[in-house]
Ligand binder design. Structure first.
Ligand code: SF4
Length: 350
C-alpha cells in the first residue's frame, strides 16, 4: 500500500513517518505514582507489541514517578500534558522521548514557547494534538466543512509557532469523537502538512463498542495511505488497544505477521462438520505458534479448497473426517477426532 509521503520524526529509538513501519501506541491507565504497577503495565504493552507508551503526568508527583519509570524501561515513553507547562518541562527533563501537547489548553503562548525550547534542547519530539471539542469558534451547529477548516486553521497556527522557533521534530494529530469527522480532518491534515500523522478516534468507548468505529475511521485513512502511528483508544485494558491496532493493520498489509493466522469459512448449509467448534479448538491450539503461517478451516470440500487457496494449510471438512491441504494440494484424509493433532503436526513441519 502506498503511504502518503511524510517526514521522519524521531521518538526515542522509534522513527515515525512514511519511510518507517506504522508505530503502535498505547497509554497506561494506572496511577503513574504507583511506579511498580505502571512498570508492569508498560512491560505488558511491550510484550503485546506496543512501540511507544504514553503516560499521564497531571501532578508534580507524577512527573517525579515518570522519570523513575523512564529510567527502568526500554521503550520510548511519551508524557501526556494538559494545561500545565511546568509538567511538560518536568517530563522533558525527566527523560520523555516525546510529549503530547495541545497548545490550545496552555493559556500563555510564552509557556508554549518555553516548552518548545526545552524539547528542542533535549532533542525530543512533540505531538501537537488538537481535539475538535477544544477548538475555539466551534459551535454545536457548525457545519462539517467549516469544522474541518477551523481545525486546520488551528493546526496551522500551532505548527507555525513550532516552526518559528526552529523546531520540526513534530507529529500531528486531530481527533474527534465522530468517525466521519476523524476521517475528514485527517484527510485535510494529510493534504496540508508533511509531518507524520498520529491517528486515533477519541473517547471511542468500551472495547466492544469502540472496535468497529475505530476500525472504520483508522482503516479508511490507512487504506488511503494516511497515518504513520496510531493509538486505538479503548476504555479497558490497554493491551487490548495493541491487539486491536494489529487487527486493523494486518489485513491492510501494514503489520508484519509473526503469528499463525486463522481464517474460517462463514459456514452455510453445506457444512459437513461443526466448523465453529472446530475453529475455536484450532484457535486455542495455535495461539502460541510464532510463525507467519496462514491456516484455514472450511466447512465442506465443494467450495472449501478454492476458498482456502490463499492459506498455507487448510482443513476442509467431510462427513466425520477432514481433508488437509498444504499449499492447495490435498495431503491427507483424517478422522474428525484426529484433525487437530494432524494439523498441528503439519504446521510444525511447514
Ligand atoms: S466452505 Fe463450504 S461450508 Fe463453508 S461457507 Fe463455503 S460452501 Fe459453505
Amino acid at each position: 500500500m502506498k503511504r502518503q509521503k511524510t517526514k521522519t520524526t524521531k521518538i526515542g529509538s522509534v522513527k515515525v513517518g512514511s519511510r518507517h513501519p506504522i508505530a503502535i501506541q498505547s497509554m497506561t491507565n494506572v496511577f503513574t505514582t504507583n511506579i511498580n504497577q505502571c512498570l508492569k503495565q508498560v512491560q505488558k504493552l511491550v510484550d503485546a507489541g506496543c512501540d511507544i507508551v504514553r503516560i499521564a503526568v497531571p501532578t508534580q508527583a507524577d512527573t517525579i514517578a515518570f522519570a523513575k519509570i523512564v529510567d527502568k524501561v526500554n521503550i520510548p515513553i511519551v508524557a501526556d500534558i494538559h494545561f500545565c507547562a511546568q509538567r511538560a518541562i518536568e517530563a522533558i527533563e525527566g527523560g520523555a522521548s516525546k510529549i503530547r501537547l495541545n497548545p490550545g489548553n496552555v493559556r500563555d503562548i510564552k509557556d508554549v514557547r518555553k516548552i518548545i525550547d526545552c524539547a528542542k534542547a533535549h532533542k525530543i519530539a512533540v505531538r501537537i494534538g488538537i481535539n475538535e471539542a477544544s477548538i475555539r469558534d466551534l459551535k454545536d451547529d457548525t457545519p462539517p466543512a467549516k469544522r474541518t477548516a477551523l481545525m486546520l486553521r488551528e493546526m496551522r497556527r500551532y505548527v507555525k509557532i513550532f516552526e518559528n522557533r526552529g523546531f520540526d521534530n513534530i507529529v500531528l494529530s486531530a481527533k474527534s469523537i465522530s468517525t466521519i469527522r476523524t476521517i475528514e480532518i485527517n484527510r485535510a491534515l494529510s493534504k496540508n502538512f508533511d509531518y507524520p500523522l498520529h491517528l486515533g478516534l477519541t473517547h471511542a468507548g468500551l472495547i466492544e463498542d469502540a472496535k468497529v468505529p475505530t476500525a472504520i475511521a483508522l482503516g479508511s485513512l490507512l487504506s488511503a495511505g494516511i497515518g504513520d502511528t496510531l493509538r486505538v483508544s479503548l476504555a479497558g485494558d490497554p493491551v487490548e488497544e495493541v491487539k486491536v491496532a494489529k487487527e486493523i493493520l494486518t489485513p491492510l498489509g501494514l503489520h508484519k505477521i509473526d503469528k499463525a493466522q486463522l481464517t474460517v469459512c462463514p459456514t452455510c448449509g453445506r457444512c459437513q462438520i461443526n466448523v465453529i467448534s472446530l475453529a475455536k479448538k484450532i484457535k486455542r491450539a495455535i495461539k502460541d505458534i510464532e510463525k507467519p503461517i496462514k491456516i484455514a478451516v472450511m466447512g465442506c470440500v465443494v467450495n472449501g479448497p478454492g476458498e482456502a487457496a490463499d492459506a498455507d494449510i487448510a482443513v476442509c471438512a467431510g462427513k466425520k473426517k477432514g481433508f488437509i491441504y498444504k499449499d492447495g494440494e490435498k495431503i491427507a484424509t483424517v478422522a474428525e477426532d484426529k484433525l487437530i493433532g494432524r494439523l498441528l503436526l503439519e504446521i510444525k513441519r511447514y
